[in-house]
Each structure stands twice: as structure tokens, then as C-alpha cells.
Design a protein around this ligand. Structure first.
Ligand SMILES: N=C(N)NCCC[C@H](NC(=O)[C@@H]1CCC/C1=C\[C@H](COP(=O)(O)O)NC(=O)[C@@H](N)Cc1ccccc1)C(N)=O
Length: 158
């Protein structure tokens, strides 16, 4: 799973080559079942806009290490990832749980709307966030994504 784009890539252990494209040996059903499989693996066009929610955990290297929750955020990036891994385990695919945890813990002002960012188009969000959000099937969660704001889990909602 690419941590910057939150979508799967494929690594050939013999040739040590990595690629975004699914190997021919994988059946379409296997490709579709990949966690957060990018729509390009499913032969779908990139949408012109998406709607997504996120749970953001900031750290001391965040571009703005402050939030509604904590005026001065001093945790390290590794600590932030550990915290987010914990939330990821609690969420376990449940949208209700995601909304509950984003509301309580997200370091983004969108926490007030359960993490909802509304609809956005390419060019609005930071690249890694955009790539992951636009690659997720509707209703799917990303893996942990890192941007200048901190580390995120994204749920594509439309
Ligand atoms: N709807 C938009 N276009 N709002 C501008 C987005 C700017 C954009 N933001 C990001 O890419 C990250 C990923 C998602 C949120 C976010 C960062 C920050 C938190 O991080 P920080 O900036 O302290 O580093 N939250 C925001 O921006 C919030 N206003 C998003 C929002 C909140 C409530 C309702 C709608 C949107 C960027 N290009 O920097």
C-alpha cells in the first residue's frame, strides 16, 4: 500500500520492480477486492470531483501544529501514526465509528461535521490527499496518508 497515495502498488520480488498496474496473474475479482484499489485498476475514469471526510492527527512537524483540540501539538509524526493506527483498528470499516472518532479526535475544523470536507475538485487539496481521495471507491477508507498537515484516514463519501 503506497503511504503517500493510499492505494495499492505491486512489487515483483524476483525483478525487484514495483508498478501501479495489477499483474496479469490477478483476476479482476482479486483486483477489485484490493483494499482501496485505485479505480484505474478497475478501469474506471477519474471523477471530476469527490466528497470525502477525514480524521487528521497532527504532529510537531505539521505545517500548523495547532488545532481546536490542542493549542500546541508536540507529538512526533511516529506517535501520530501510532495514534491513527489505533483509531484505524477501532473504525474497522464502520462509518459510524469513523464519524464518532473524527468528531472527537480529528485535528481539523471539519471534526465539527464528523470529518466531512464537502465536495472538492482536483487542485484544491494537497496532492497526496487528493490522489488518495480520487482513487478511493465511494464508501471506502484510505490507508494512513501523510500531508504537510499531518496524517489522515480518508473516507470517500461521494
Ligand atoms: N474545502 C477546501 N478547499 N478547504 C481548503 C482546503 C485547503 C487544503 N487542505 C488540505 O489539503 C488538507 C486535507 C484536507 C483538510 C486539510 C487541511 C486543513 C487542516 O490542516 P491545516 O490547514 O491546519 O494544516 N483543513 C482544512 O483545510 C479545512 N479548512 C478543511 C475544511 C474544514 C471544514 C469544512 C470544509 C473544509 C490545502 N490545499 O491545504
Amino acid at each position: 500500500m503506497s503511504s503517500s497515495r493510499g492505494i495499492p502498488y505491486f512489487f515483483n520480488t524476483e525483478t525487484k520492480q514495483s508498478t501501479w498496474d495489477a499483474p496479469p496473474e490477478l483476476s479482476q475479482a482479486e483486483v477489485d477486492a484490493l483494499p482501496g484499489a485505485a479505480q484505474h485498476l478497475r478501469g474506471e475514469p477519474r471523477p471530476s470531483q469527490v466528497r470525502a471526510s477525514h480524521l487528521l492527527v497532527k504532529h510537531r512537524d505539521s505545517r500548523r501544529p495547532s488545532s481546536w483540540k490542542e493549542a500546541n501539538i508536540t507529538r512526533t509524526k511516529e506517535e501520530a501514526i501510532e495514534i491513527l493506527r489505533g483509531y484505524q483498528a477501532e473504525i474497522g470499516g464502520s462509518k459510524e465509528k469513523f464519524i464518532e472518532l473524527a468528531t472527537k479526535h480529528s485535528d481539523c475544523s471539519s471534526h465539527a461535521n464528523g470529518g466531512d470536507l464537502g465536495v472538492f475538485k482536483p487542485g484544491q487539496m494537497q496532492k497526496a490527499f487528493e490522489d488518495a481521495a480520487f482513487s478511493l471507491p465511494v464508501g471506502q477508507f484510505s490507508d494512513i496518508i501523510s500531508t504537510d498537515s499531518g496524517v489522515h484516514i480518508i473516507l470517500r463519501t461521494a
